[in-house]
Structure formats: C-alpha cells, structure tokens
Design a protein. Structure first.
Length: 123
C-alpha cells in the first residue's frame, strides 16, 4: 500500500459548498459606518493628522516659551528658534499630507472628503 493510498483512506475529502458567498451582518453602533477599507483608512488617517496638528501646536508653544525665557542667552535662543522652525516644517508637512488625502479621495470618488467627525459617535 502506497503513501497516497493511505492518505486517501485516512483523510476525508472536502468539497466546496455551492450557493451565494457573502456576509450579511450588521455591525453594532459606531462601527457600522466603516463599510469598506477606504473608510477605515480615512478614519485612521484623520486620527493621525489630528494628533500631528496637536503635537505641532504644542511644539510651537514650547519653542515660543523657550525663546521668551532664554533671557539673552544666544545658545538657548538658537535652540528655541530651531524648535519653532521644526514646528513650522511639521505643520507644512501635515498640511501637505491633508492635501494629498483630499486629492486621493476626490480621485477615487469616495464620499468621505471631510475631516469632520474624527471621533466615532455613540460613546
């Protein structure tokens, strides 16, 4: 008896089921607004952009406070100026990412072009 014959005897055959393939499940609450991968990615990108804007503003404020409290120290003033410059560069990058997001969404024809409703409703 060969190995193939033993395999055919011991392992039952499995056949694919006929009929329609799909899932008809209603998701509860705020999860139901995610109907496709584009809406999930858009939501995640909105969260990331929101965090980035918050961090940019915080970094700008910290740099401003450092500049005001440098008290004429050239090295501290340069460090604060560099912090402010980095915050402005970060803001430009975030605005560029937001612009690219809008262009891609408009090109793909998705209806989620607004940055509003970042947090899910229903909490």
């Amino acid at each position: 008896m060969s190995l193939a014959e033993v395999y055919n005897v011991l392992v039952p055959r499995v056949y694919a089921a006929g009929g329609e393939v799909g899932v008809d499940v209603q998701l509860p609450g705020h999860i139901s607004r995610f109907t496709n991968i584009a809406s999930v990615l858009g939501f995640v990108l909105n969260i990331i952009l929101g965090i980035g804007i918050f961090l940019t503003v915080a970094y700008l404020v910290i740099g401003g406070i450092q500049y005001v409290t440098s008290k004429g120290d050239v090295k501290a003033a340069d460090t604060a100026r560099q912090s402010i410059t980095n915050a402005v560069i970060g803001f430009v990058v975030i605005m560029g990412a937001t612009t690219i997001k809008f262009i891609v969404q408009a090109t793909l024809g998705t209806d989620d072009v607004a940055v509003d409703n970042v947090l899910p409703t229903g909490f």
